[in-house]
Every structure is written in structure tokens, then in C-alpha cells.
Ligand binder design. Structure first.
Ligand code: NAD
Length: 456
């Protein structure tokens, strides 16, 4: 099939590249000239494991193209995918201007009947709006929301938990089944429904996951106040098969380009329809509190933040991505600098994006290596559980940090380190809702279980 993908971002690039690897002829179109120029030369503008090899393979095979224009033969594509951004507006609702612009472009470009597949995350009813823009052009809209997890996106494309297809006609459903046939999905991994339910499924999934995280974060604050331990609480509740162990970790609050915006957009959708989504709104409020909790904990442990140097390990909102959108590191950095601290950050992939974001802010620095970030620091905060941070040399950490005011502080905001390992090296330990250096608790925590990747 001949396909055009609008948007060369995390979703569009992975989708277009994946579809070309399935044998389709694909053009990935974007209005960002720098991005397209870089892709044309085989340079991938984002960090996504496994993606570069796949892009190069598609380009070598002559099946994958990048352009800022859509010309013959792609004006006669079988389907146009919309994978452009849907950022939050002031009031939390989704800004659909890029989706509408893409739909208008498709309307003026397409020279034969085709399907317009909306992959962007859009509020319920958006496909109807897109269909109106397409009017009676022989173009039929299909909802096919994206569920990929950054850092594992290539794997998610080829082995998705499920594909959701929302269409009004049997013809459109049949087309989508044929398109994805090489993925060999069957049973409940292929959810065929109407466009409105399909649009809502995406928000419902993200809101459910965000609520789970906020619930655990709220419990972590209770554990802190009650002198209980969130590790044990997690293991205790997760062993109930109705709850399950996955996605049950306390941390610095969820971030990324999806959960924060999608949770707020769902609340806004509910409000516009006269339905108050109280649980979802509370998940958002709890998430805001968790960010402040980390800053407050640091202040409590250090006595004062003013004049302190604080090292941050992890700027990306999760491991294996360079994406810093809504990352906990951004809010924490702002809060610390506002309270008078100097921040020195490190990240294996997202450092450049972080440095660009804080270009104008004095008191924020990027270190060349993880240990370099520690030189003279009074506290180290672990914010992203990259594999390279999982088993650090705590003695080296202790040597690099400023111990003039007593044992330097290690704040493990992902709860991946054992308190006893930290304190044994002459450091102070704090986690999120865990007791510091309690050997009894440490003995009970199964570290292999802690190392389960929790991709968002
Ligand atoms: P992104 O910001 O990385 O990429 C969006 C791209 O669209 C940009 O390159 C931009 O230049 C381009 N664009 C904007 N207007 C355009 C137009 N009119 N024509 C062509 N290109 C245009 O965004 P993303 O992270 O890929 O997300 C895209 C959508 O997918 C969003 O709705 C998002 O919520 C959803 N989503 C994202 C993820 C994720 O993990 N990133 C996962 C699932 C769903």
C-alpha cells in the first residue's frame, strides 16, 4: 500500500518507519524543515532504541521517504495518517489546530478516495470534526489511537498489546485489518469499534495508568507520615491478582508528553459534556502535590536549599528516551533554583534537551558525566531510573560530594537503591515513602522485582 504519515515526531516517525518495514511504501511528511532535512540524511532527530536501524533499512529499500511536500505518487495514497501533536491549551483541553491543519492539507492534496487515520490522541468527537473538514471528498476517517511507550516504541509497534480501530464502515475496518495483517493480531488484541469509543479508549487507558501512579504516590506520602514503608505496601497489595504488581511504583510524579496532558484533556472533555470526572481530576492534583513533596523533602533533609548545590541524575521523564516534556526534572529544577540552589544535572540522552530548556536560567548546569555532576554537591537526587544509574559506586559518590556539613544526602526518588548500600558508604538516604536504612525492610525488598522496567 502507499501511505503518507503527517508528523515526524515520536509517534509519526515510529509509525511510518514500522509501516515501511511491513512492506508498505511510506512518505513521512512534516512542516519542520530541519527535522526532515536531518531524516533525509539518515540522522534521527530523537533518541529511540532500535529506530535508526529501521529507518536506514527503509531508506535503503527505497520504501521510506521524508519530505516537507506531498507530490506524485503520494497524492494518490491509500491512506493518510495524522500523527501530529495535540498539546494542552491553557484550560487543559487539547489544542487540535495541528490535526485540523493536517486534515485540510489532506483534503486539498488527495487525488483519489482514501482513508484518513487519526493516530494523534484526540478528544471524543474529533473524528467527526475531521470528517467534516474532509467533506464529501471520498476520504473516510478512521480512529486508530497510538499506545506506544517511548523507549520501547519499536517493540510496541511490532508487538502491540492491542490495536484499536474505530470506524463507521465495514470497508474501513477491512482496510485497517489488511494494513496491519503482517502483525498477525487476533482475539482481544484487535479491538474493532466505532470512532468515538476508540477515541475514548486512549484517554481512558492513560487516565487509568495515571490514577494508579497517583494512588501509589499518595500512599507514599502517607507511609512517610505514618512511618510505614511503601515497598512493603506495594508487595502486599500487588500480590492480589485483581491489583497486580505492575505499574505500582511510587516516584516523583508522572511526566511525559502524554499522561499530564491527557488526564487534563479528559477532565476538560467531561466538563464540556457536563460530567465531572472527579477521580481523574484528583489523579492530576495528587501528581502536582508529589512534585512539591520531593522539593519539600529535600529542604527538610538539608535544612535549607538556599546556597546548596544539588545534583540531579536523570532529566528525561523516563529511561530510554531523550524526551523531557513535563519531566519531573524540569519542575524540580525550577523549584530548587527558585529557592536559591545551584543545580547540576546529568542524563545519558536527554542532557542536551534539558540544557536547551534552561538556556536562560542562571544556576543550572549540565555535567559531562554522572560522577562529574556530583563534585561539591550537597545532595544527589535520582529522578530517572536509567540502567546506568542502577548500581552506582556509592563510595565514589561520597568522595565527590561535599561532606563539610556532615554526610551528603542521596535522595532516591525512584526507590531503586537499597538504603543500607547508601548509608554504608557514609551517605544519608531518603526515598519516596521508604524508611531510611532499615535493614529489616531492605532484607524484604526483592531487588530483581524493583528492576522491572516501568515504561509509560
Ligand atoms: P511530537 O511533538 O514529537 O511530533 C509532532 C510532529 O508533528 C512534529 O514534528 C511537528 O512538526 C509535526 N506537525 C505539526 N503540525 C503538522 C502539520 N500540519 N503537518 C505535518 N506535520 C505537522 O508529538 P508526538 O509525541 O509524536 O505525539 C503525536 C500525537 O501522538 C499526540 O497527539 C500525542 O498525544 C500522541 N501520542 C504520543 C505518544 C508518545 O509517547 N509520544 C504516545 C501515544 C500517543
Amino acid at each position: 500500500m502507499r501511505l503518507v504519515v503527517f508528523g515526524a515526531g515520536y509517534v509519526g516517525l515510529v509509525t511510518g518507519t514500522g509501516l515501511s518495514d511491513l512492506g508498505h511504501e511510506v512518505l513521512v511528511y512534516d512542516i519542520n524543515q530541519a527535522k526532515i532535512a536531518s531524516l533525509e540524511c539518515g540522522r534521527i532527530p530523537i533518541f529511540e532504541p532500535g529506530l535508526a536501524d529501521l529507518v536506514h533499512r527503509g531508506q535503503r529499500a527505497g520504501r521510506l521517504h521524508f519530505s516537507t511536500g506531498i507530490e506524485e505518487p503520494f497524492d494518490q495514497a491509500d491512506a493518510y495518517f495524522i500523527a501530529v501533536g495535540t498539546p494542552p491549551r491553557e484550560d487543559g483541553s487539547a489544542d487540535l489546530s495541528a490535526v485540523q491543519a493536517a486534515a485540510s492539507s489532506i483534503r486539498s492534496i488527495a487525488r483519489k478516495p482514501a482513508f484518513v487515520v487519526v493516530k494523534s490522541t484526540v478528544p471524543v468527537g474529533t473524528c467527526d470534526v475531521v470528517q467534516e473538514i474532509l467533506s464529501c471528498s471520498g476520504l473516510e476517517v478512521v480512529s486508530n489511537p497510538e499506545f506506544l511507550k517511548e523507549g520501547d516504541a519499536v517493540n510496541d509497534f511490532f508487538r502491540p498489546d492491542r490495536l484499536v480501530i474505530g470506524a463507521k464502515s465495514d470497508r474501513a475496518h477491512a482496510f485497517m485489518r489488511e494494513l496491519y495483517a503482517p502483525l498477525q493480531l487476533c482475539g482481544d488484541r484487535l479491538v474493532a469499534t466505532d470512532p468515538r469509543s476508540s477515541e475514548l479508549i486512549k484517554y481512558a487507558a492513560n487516565a487509568m495508568l495515571a490514577t494508579r501512579i497517583s494512588f501509589m504516590n499518595e500512599l507514599s506520602r502517607l507511609c512517610h507520615a505514618a512511618d510505614a514503608d511503601i515497598h512493603s505496601v506495594r508487595l502486599g497489595i500487588g500480590s492480589d491478582s485483581r491489583i497486580g504488581n505492575r505499574f505500582l511504583y511510587a516516584g516523583p510524579g508522572y511526566g511525559g508528553s502524554c499522561f499530564p496532558k491527557d488526564v487534563q484533556a479528559l477532565v476538560a472533555t467531561g466538563r464540556s459534556l457536563g460530567v465531572e470526572l472527579e477521580v481523574t481530576a484528583a489523579a492530576h492534583r495528587a501528581n502536582e502535590k508529589q512534585g512539591a513533596f520531593v522539593a519539600d523533602q529535600l529542604e527538610e533533609a538539608l535544612g535549607t536549599i538556599a546556597g546548596r548545590t544539588i545534583a540531579i541524575w536523570g532529566c528525561a521523564f523516563k529511561p530510554d528516551t531523550d524526551d523531557i516534556r513535563e519531566a519531573p526534572a524540569l519542575k524540580l529544577t525550577e523549584a530548587l533554583v527558585a529557592r536559591g540552589a545551584t543545580v547540576v544535572a546529568h542524563d545519558p540522552e536527554a542532557g542536551a534537551n534539558y540544557a536547551r530548556h534552561f538556556d536562560d536560567l542562571t544556576g543550572v548546569h549540565l555535567a559531562g558525566s554522572d560522577y562529574d555532576a556530583l563534585d561539591g554537591a550537597h545532595a544527589l537526587v535520582l529522578l530517572t531510573e536509567w540502567r546506568c544509574y542502577r548500581a552506582p559506586n556509592f563510595s565514589e559518590i561520597r568522595m565527590r560530594m561535599d561532606a563539610s556539613g556532615g554526610a551528603p544526602l542521596v535522595f532516591d526518588a525512584r526507590n531503586i537503591w537499597k538504603a543500607a548500600d547508601v548509608t554504608r558508604a557514609g551517605l544519608r538516604y531518603r526515598g519516596i515513602g521508604v524508611r531510611g536504612a532499615d535493614p529489616a525492610v531492605d532484607a524484604r525488598v526483592d531487588v530483581s522485582d524493583l528492576e522491572l522496567p516501568e515504561a509509560v
